[in-house]
Design a protein around this ligand. Structure first.
Ligand code: ZN
Length: 402
């Protein structure tokens, strides 16, 4: 985050708190944030003075700042990443977790040019492969053992332990060829040495989703949990569904990681109907998923609401749940003296048509609309991403729309 400067105090008026735990006020309040970004007063109808900046919440919800546990924001260092500003505060998200865009060979650049300059809080899963997603999928980061340098990973973590929250492994033959589950086992070994969680991308086998679950332990994260890919969907194999449900009960975190190819309405709806909810909701936003079909975190939350996840659980899945993965405290977030970190949002009636990664379309009857990201004493106006017209692009395998 950028350096602190004393600013004018900020008075947020008429906001309805939710997800602040037992201390959540039962009705709308005003919140005064001092010039150093700390909460000075919370209560009904606080008095206004002329040196304050006043923002009228108009009865909107306010929650702890939203956390997106899976984005790609090493812009300029990889060919796939977007800028933090494109998926952060302006979309109502105050914390972004990059999921393995940088490896040990280029993490220093990610820290200097992205983490240190963004206004959002940025954390990262370090890619197990040295090069990270420099030329995502065109030059895969985990082709064989020569792509992993255990000593340098340990060194990189030692130098960046305040930024790195875990190890990321993409376990899919698109990346690893026929290498199977070995990279996941190596990633698990390193994450055990470092005492951090591992996030594993499941997709085209090998490795099988089933094998990955057997390697992971409590606190680890499966991203793309509700993908609809052949051989990797939890709804096409009862044994896999039972295993996923048991592992989720034992503390393995199922993360959405929507992305261009990894979220299915049908899988999510069937799983939720059977009582298997995702632990966290994340976007897997990058340059090939933002314009279509993901858009942003608010729309992804609306998609989960649409397939039956309750409103309060959706909000917990972008606040308390991902915060626990990155060890970000959610205690007393509305207490006087705490640094302000909030998202102000509405839930509105809608008839927006949204598409999943399999091309299935649903009408979202309710839509999360972010209004402000509050970071310290700054209230940044937020809104959903408005997609550009899609265009036909040529790539190595043919043509597709983006
Ligand atoms: Zn990703």
């Amino acid at each position: 985050m950028t350096g602190e400067q004393a600013r004018k105090p900020l008075l947020l008026t008429n906001v309805k708190p939710m997800a602040f735990g037992a201390e959540t006020p039962g009705s709308a309040v005003d919140i005064l944030i001092d010039g150093n970004g700390r909460i000075a007063q919370v209560g009904p109808q606080l008095s206004v003075s002329h040196e304050m900046i006043c923002v009228d919440g108009k009865g909107a919800w306010i929650s702890p700042g939203w956390v997106d546990l899976h984005v790609h924001i090493w812009h300029g260092g990889t060919d796939i990443s977007v800028r933090p500003s494109e998926c952060g505060a302006e979309r109502g998200v105050t914390t972004l977790v990059d999921a393995g865009s940088a490896g040990e060979a280029n993490f220093h650049g990610f820290r200097e040019y992205i983490i240190d300059t963004a206004r959002e809080r940025i954390k990262a899963f370090l890619n197990l492969g040295s090069i990270g997603l420099v030329a995502c999928n065109r030059v895969a980061e985990l082709r064989d053992i020569r792509d992993i340098d255990l000593d340098r990973i340990l060194e990189c973590y030692a130098e960046n332990s305040e930024h790195i929250v875990g190890i990321k492994v993409r376990a899919s033959h698109v990346i690893t060829g026929s290498w199977g589950a070995t990279p996941v086992k190596l990633g698990k070994k390193i994450s055990k040495i470092l005492k951090v969680p591992m996030m594993v991308h499941v997709g085209e086998p090998p490795a099988l989703y089933d094998e990955v679950l057997e390697i992971l332990g409590p606190g680890d994260v499966i991203t793309h949990c509700f993908n609809g890919k052949a051989g990797s969907s939890i709804m096409e194999d009862e044994d896999l569904f039972d295993l996923a449900q048991r592992c989720a009960g034992e503390g393995i975190r199922l993360d959405i990681g929507h992305g261009g190819a990894s979220f299915s309405f049908k899988v999510a709806e069937a799983a939720i109907k059977r009582g298997l909810l995702p632990f966290s909701i994340s976007t897997d936003l990058h340059g090939h998923s933002m314009n279509f079909p993901v858009w942003d975190l608010a729309t992804t939350m609306s998609k989960l609401l649409c397939v039956g996840m309750p409103f309060d659980k959706v909000v917990a899945a972008v606040t308390h749940a991902p915060a626990s993965v990155i060890k970000l405290s959610m205690e007393n977030r509305l207490a006087v003296g705490q640094r302000a970190d909030f998202t102000v949002f509405d839930l509105v009636d809608s008839d927006v048509e949204a598409t999943d990664s399999n091309g299935d379309v649903s009408v979202l009857m309710k839509l999360f609309e972010p209004r402000y990201a509050v970071i310290g004493s700054e209230a940044i106006a937020a809104s959903r991403y408005i997609p550009r017209a899609r265009r036909l692009v040529r790539h190595s395998h043919g043509y597709s729309y983006r």
